[in-house]
Each structure stands twice: as C-alpha cells, then as structure tokens.
Design a protein around this ligand. Structure first.
Ligand SMILES: Nc1ncnc2c1ncn2[C@@H]1O[C@H](COP(=O)(O)OP(=O)(O)O)[C@@H](O)[C@H]1O
Ligand SMILES: [Mg+2]
Length: 271
C-alpha cells in the first residue's frame, strides 16, 4: 500500500478539534505552483536531501534537521510550503492554528499543546503550527499572563521531546515577537517576502495560463502589482479573468485595472 493510502487510515485527532489532517495526495493538490526565492529553494532542497541521507548522517553523528520556522508577510507562501514539504516527503500534514488554541480554551492552553504533540508523535508526519506567534510571543511581553508563560514552557518542552522521524514547521508574520528560546529550537529558517519582479511575472503567467489575452498584459500587470503579495496577485488576476470571460473577450489591461480597483490590494511597504 502506498504511503498516501496508508495516511487515509490515520487516527482522527480525537478530542483535538483544532488539528486538521491532510493526506500527501491532498497536499500535492494544494501545493501545485509554489514559487520560492532562490535562497529558500536552496534551503528546502538541502533539507530534503539530508532527510534522504539519514544513515550517513547517523554514522557521522550529525543530527538531521527537522524544525523549520517560516516568517514573512501574509500571502507569501508559508502555508503553501508546508503542503509542499508534506507532498515531497510523502507524509501526512497535521495543521494546527495556535491562535485557535488560545482563544477557545484559555484555561487549557498548555494541555492542548501537549495533546497536539502527543497526537502528532503517534505517526510520521509534518506537524504545521500556523499563527505560531500566538503562543511563542516573548514571555517578557506576557508577564501579566502567567498562563501564556506556562504555555511557552510547555511548547519548549514539546519541541525538545519531538522525535526526529517527523518534521515540525512553524509559520509567523511577527518574528520579532518570538521568544528567543523558541527561536533557537529551530534548525532551519525560511524568510518570505512579497515577490520581486521576476517571480511576479512568472506567477502572473502561471495564473493567466491558457486564457487568450493581450500580449502586453504581462509586463503591465507586473508593474501595477509591485509590492503585492502572491495571494493578492492571485485574487486580482482571477477577478480580471472572470471579467474577461463574462464579456467573452480576450483578457485586457482594462479588466486587470478594474480588478485592482475593486480588490484594493494591500501594498506591503515594510518588507
Ligand atoms: N510563494 C507562492 N507561490 C505561489 N503561490 C503563492 C505563494 N504564496 C502565496 N501563494 C498563493 O496565495 C495563497 C495563500 O498563500 P499562503 O501560503 O497561505 O500564505 P501565507 O501562509 O504566507 O500567509 C496560496 O494558496 C497560493 O494560491
Ligand atoms: Mg498561512
């Protein structure tokens, strides 16, 4: 039986309604077009290569990496990278939003963290902790919230005890708020930014796909959408395509401009 079939039979996250489980096949569907910066491509490639050489690393007494932290503005591919990693490693993905744990169960944050790690330790997987800063904020900032300080300690302990057969990936928009002790636990760091010109052009080409269009649209859209995230570019191009399709016209810059005006993208200047 293939690994992806096997993952369909994994135990459901009993009593942990904040964890979602995706099979490698579902992950493959979601991670079709991931565009990474050159640096991130190199880091991800090396990470995967090392996991394929476990024995050699054991012989040399060098631990294999298994904890990745990703940070950068929203809509730049952090979640998508987690799906991509699960797809390439043919592992199921356990997705948990840490902010959900805090908001819905304030009295039980620590025990929820433990439950999630216990669940994810029962089988090889990619454990993806999204909105990581919700718990990993510096303890100094949260002195008044003793609960949170305890939760951070629990998280540290769980990270240390996590076996090396599985991968932990954590994503945050606010790396500055992360507790230093937690930061140090991660052997691999990926920094995300809004796409540069080349990546933006490539992504626009992928999104426009086969739809008939005015050839000048690629360069002009690329110029108009400078400093937008991948997620915003996706929404705008899809909106413009819809407009062209209902008009039964080739895609033109006027569709794109209307889409931009209606969508009102967030321009990320700080990054
Ligand atoms: N680097 C990227 N390459 C390709 N598509 C992307 C990328 N980043 C974002 N997207 C698109 O935007 C959507 C949301 O991105 P996501 O990975 O959830 O962003 P983040 O987790 O960084 O907030 C994705 O599902 C995808 O359609
Ligand atoms: Mg995300």
């Amino acid at each position: 039986m293939s690994k992806s079939n096997a993952s369909q039979r994994l135990p459901r996250a009993k009593g942990i309604d904040m964890a979602n489980l995706y099979s490698p096949k579902e992950c493959a569907r979601k991670a079709k077009h991931l565009i990474l910066s050159e640096v991130n491509q190199r880091i991800v490639k090396e990470f995967i290569e090392i996991l394929g050489m476990r024995e050699e690393f054991e012989q040399h007494g060098v631990p294999v990496p298994n904890k990745i932290v990703m940070y950068g503005p929203p809509g730049t591919g952090k979640t998508l990278t987690a799906f991509y990693m699960a797809k390439v490693l043919e592992l199921p993905l356990v997705l948990v939003r840490l902010d959900a744990i805090i908001h819905s169960h304030l009295g039980e944050t620590g025990s929820n963290i433990r439950k999630i790690f216990d669940y994810a330790s029962a089988f090889p997987c990619v454990l993806f902790l999204d909105e990581f800063d919700a718990i990993a904020r510096t303890r100094d900032n949260n002195d008044e919230v003793k609960e949170m300080a305890r939760a951070v300690n629990t998280l540290l302990q769980c990270l240390d005890d996590f076996g090396d057969r599985s991968i932990i990936m954590a994503a945050t928009n606010l790396e500055k708020d992360l507790d230093q002790a937690i930061w140090r636990r991660f052997d691999t760091k990926l920094i995300y930014t809004v796409p540069g010109q080349e990546q933006r052009k490539l992504y626009i080409e992928i999104l426009i796909g086969e739809l008939e269009c005015d050839p000048s649209i690629f360069t002009e859209t690329c110029r108009q959408l400078a400093k937008c995230s991948f997620a915003d570019i996706e929404q705008i191009v899809l909106k413009a395509k819809r407009k062209a399709i209902i008009e039964r016209m080739p895609l033109q810059m006027k569709h794109m401009m209307n889409a931009i005006e209606e969508y009102k993208p967030i321009i990320v200047a700080a990054y």
